[in-house]
Write a protein that binds this ligand. Structure first.
Ligand SMILES: C[S@@+](CC[C@H](N)C(=O)[O-])C[C@H]1O[C@@H](n2cnc3c(N)ncnc32)[C@H](O)[C@@H]1O
Length: 312
């Protein structure tokens, strides 16, 4: 979910373009040059993939798909575009995450609204979504619980891909639920997602049994948060990161609460941090659950623990 990042020791240079309106008119900003200068500024600020980041921001300013940028290289920016460009590049130099600046993130081929209240969905979590909708789609009218829904990326993509499902989406953050609800409406699945605000460590919603319980809980050990990439440390909600002293606080709680809420053929699907797979599997086994498999992500890191409540 998060990458540890070596902070750049280079001084951060501000990105600068002509500031006064008269300068804006007299100094044309050629798109190719603006991209080159922004790439240099982002590199200096320690932004990974600086050139690609600059291109994403320019595509946003021009309102065109990123692959079409070369068609515009020799064109100049208009005054309002210069202001928008300057503010976006400044934000990225300040290490505001790209998705927060763009206001959207792509997940499983769907565009999700993102703001500072929610974690921008990570690519490795797409595996969790795919595993969840694959199980949910086996049965007609599956009932799914998404714990820590955040942007709603898991709940919404499962709802889109498993069309007969009903989904309960829980988060402790009211602001996150508002974002998730907006995303559910955006993708036309709001009628099948029931949102619950509450603390998953205290109670899970309702009393029904679920066919699928899916969660990407906070799993960073508290003391490691300070050493995370600046984008994550300073701009992602701490609520979405902090997994307690050893990062396992939520898994301990979920191992107890989730197994008793699964149907006998139901599945618990948990995303885990690097190196947490076996210990989370042990926590589930210790509560009488049966760990069926631990799926690796594309980097071959154990990422998803799949379990059932039936240990017979
Ligand atoms: C790692 S984020 C996952 C967000 C989203 N599901 C995803 O995969 O991108 C964890 C989410 O759990 C929520 N959360 C944190 N503590 C919680 C708690 N005690 N009960 C319910 N949700 C909680 C956070 O607000 C955050 O949205």
């Amino acid at each position: 979910m998060v990458q540890v990042f070596q902070e750049s020791t280079q001084p951060i240079e501000r990105f600068s373009l002509p500031e006064s309106p008269s300068n804006l008119q007299s100094a044309p900003v050629i798109i190719r040059t603006a991209l080159q200068e922004a790439t240099t500024a982002l590199n200096t600020a320690g932004v990974e993939n600086a050139a690609a980041n600059a291109e994403w921001l320019m595509a946003e300013v021009l309102g065109c798909p990123r692959p079409e940028l070369p068609l515009h290289w020799s064109e100049t920016l208009e005054a309002t575009q210069i202001q928008r460009w300057q503010s976006l590049v400044d934000g990225r130099v300040d290490r505001i995450p790209l998705q927060h600046l763009l206001g959207t993130a792509e997940f499983c081929g769907l565009a999700f609204e993102i703001n500072s209240s929610v974690l921008a969905p990570r690519p490795e979590t797409e595996l969790l979504a795919e595993a969840a909708w694959a199980v949910a789609a086996i049965k007609e009218e599956s009932v799914v619980l998404d714990i820590g829904t955040g942007s709603g990326c898991l709940a919404v993509s499962v709802a889109v891909h498993a069309e007969e499902t009903t989904i309960h989406a829980l988060d402790i953050s009211n602001a996150a639920i508002n974002v998730a609800r907006a995303n559910a409406e955006r993708h036309g699945v709001a009628e099948r997602i029931i949102f619950h605000e509450g603390d998953a460590r205290v109670a899970l919603p309702g009393t029904c049994l679920f066919d699928v319980i899916v969660s990407n809980p906070p799993y960073i050990p508290s003391a490691e948060i300070e050493s995370l990439q600046i984008e994550v440390r300073d701009h992602d909600p701490r609520l979405a990161l902090d997994g307690g002293l050893d990062g396992l606080e939520f898994y301990r709680s979920l191992a107890v609460s989730c197994l008793s809420r699964l149907r006998s053929d139901g599945r618990l699907l948990l995303e885990v941090g690097d190196g947490q797979g076996e210990v989370v599997a042990d926590l589930i086994t210790a509560q009488g659950g049966r760990v069926l498999e631990i799926l690796p992500d594309l980097n071959n890191i154990e990422r998803i623990v799949v379990a059932s409540s039936d240990n017979s």
